[in-house]
Ligand binder design. Structure first.
Ligand code: SAH
Length: 463
């Protein structure tokens, strides 16, 4: 296989970045925009020894799973990868991806997985589900301000204010900001030169409260004529919080380190189930509230709490899962690396009148082993014990020292919430070696139209 060769290939799978995967005489090709079941003509752009990248030239026979994308710019935009594949097929694909990784990386037998894995939880309406969006600003060729999304793997902005997975009110807000910029000649930030003012607009929407937050990230300390912009934005129904965040660094990090309220309050409120959360511009909060409730409900169900348990929630963020668990447990300890998140967690406990949750700032791989060691020192002949340990790590999964201490604390149950089935599989394999076995597991689709999903797994200590 060589560069510029044109081949006919059938797409059999989707890769980690959403590209179609097909084989020609055993040679693997990655083809962007190909979906499972398509037979396509593709031109090789880059040929490595065992695999290559090809460009989709022509769909010879469209897959029966192919659908018209909701969004006209779906192919160019880097936000979604699967809009051209039916939602049912997306769910099947994600379910298979999770099981495949559990088999391949976790060494689980397919028959066993058949018994313990429940079917993926999808959405009834898989569009307009995101409660948060961060829109970059730039300029078109004529110098007019634009906003939208980055094209896949680039920082070129594709103008679009009408994203099909964001909330509809985004369009109205972005329209007001763009009109304001034009009227007062307020410049957009240019990554190449480091000049210009408006970098990003963060918009958050509370699905249950209908409260809206707008935070403008700026390359400076103030926006000229900002009172005019505030006057416009506060007319939007539900507007609760308008702020700016200063970010003068030449980095890909979107938000600055702090924010300043221009109008209203510094946060919006939202509920997941009966639990109330205050979310500031810098807080981490799951982007799909409808599915988050199902995911946390599952974590709670798997934890099987009776009311007298001691529970640890590692990688707890703003305490979302911890506060869910605290209502059914004797005591919950949350551990999280970001100090502001722990501030939010403590505040969220307070506004929900939850008094049996305690939070530690630090790395899970330091806090937990340290707690275990100290406990042993202070209670000779005893070991620190937990009844249930919940973990929800970032994509890279848990460090071995965390898993080791978890097993040493001999919880009856471990509930593992994961956004990456490959590292999940690796970590489950380790825990199986320490006397735990998977009881149940289930994927929940928090990110329709993208390749991602969450997985929740219950492990029990073998007798
Ligand atoms: N359970 C929370 C957050 C999960 S996201 C929720 O559902 O809202 C993963 C969290 O792990 C993030 O908040 C991140 O800041 C935190 N984190 C990352 N590395 C960590 C580490 N080594 N120790 C503790 N927390 C960590």
């Amino acid at each position: 296989m060589q560069k510029n060769d044109v081949v006919t290939v059938t797409i059999e799978d989707i890769g980690v970045n959403g590209e179609g995967i097909g084989k020609v005489d055993g040679y693997t090709l990655f083809i962007k925009d190909g979906i499972i079941g398509d037979t396509v003509e593709a031109k090789i752009m880059k040929a490595k020894k065992n695999y290559g990248y090809a460009r989709l030239m022509n769909i010879i026979e469209p897959s029966s799973y192919r659908v018209e994308p909701r969004c006209p710019i779906a192919r160019r935009c880097g936000g979604c990868q699967l809009q051209e594949m039916s939602y049912e097929k997306q769910l099947e694909f994600k379910n298979n991806k999770v099981r495949g990784n559990l088999e391949r990386i976790g060494s689980f037998a397919p028959k066993f997985l058949e018994q313990v894995m429940e079917p993926i939880v999808g959405m009834d309406e898989p569009f307009y589900y995101r409660n948060k969006a961060q829109f970059p600003f730039g300029a078109d060729k004529e110098g007019n301000p634009i906003t939208g999304f980055y094209a896949g793997r680039t920082h070129n902005i594709i103008a679009n204010t009408d994203c099909a997975i964001g909330v509809p009110v985004n369009k109205e807000i972005l329209g007001l900001i763009l009109a304001f910029m034009k009227k007062y000649k307020v410049s957009a930030y240019d990554e190449k030169t480091g000049k210009g003012l408006i970098r990003h607009a963060l918009i958050r929407y509370g699905f249950t409260t209908k409260e809206i937050m707008v935070c403008l990230v700026i390359n400076g300390t103030l926006i000229p004529h900002s009172e005019e912009l505030i006057e416009e934005l506060r007319q939007v129904e539900g507007m609760t919080s308008i702020s700016i965040s200063r970010n003068i660094k030449r980095t890909n990090v979107i938000m600055g380190d702090s924010y300043k309220v221009l109008w209203g309050q510094g946060f919006i409120t939202d509920y997941i189930g009966k639990t109330k959360y205050q979310i500031s511009p810098l807080s981490f909060y799951q982007v799909n509230p409808v599915q988050t409730e199902k995911l946390y409900g599952l974590a709670l169900e798997y934890a099987g709490l009776q009311g007298d348990e001691t529970v640890w929630d590692l990688y707890c963020g703003i305490g979302t899962i911890s506060l869910f668990l605290a209502q059914k447990a004797k005591k919950v300890y949350g551990v999280e690396i970001v100090p502001q998140a722990i501030e939010d967690a403590r505040n969220n406990a307070k506004i929900n009148r939850i008094t049996n949750a305690e939070f530690y700032v630090g790395k899970a791989e330091e806090v937990l082993p340290e707690y275990y060691r100290k406990y042993g020192e202070e209670h000779p002949g005893e070991e620190a014990h937990a009844d249930v340990i919940v973990v929800d790590p970032p994509r890279k999964g848990c460090e071995e020292s965390v898993l080791k201490t978890m097993a040493e604390m001999k919880p009856e149950k471990i509930v593992y919430v994961s956004c990456d089935s490959a590292t999940l599989a690796r970590d489950l394999k380790y825990l199986r070696g320490k006397g735990y076995e998977v009881e149940k597991g289930r994927a929940v689709d928090l990110f329709p139209m993208t390749v991602h999903c969450e997985i929740c797994v219950e492990m029990c200590r073998k007798k």
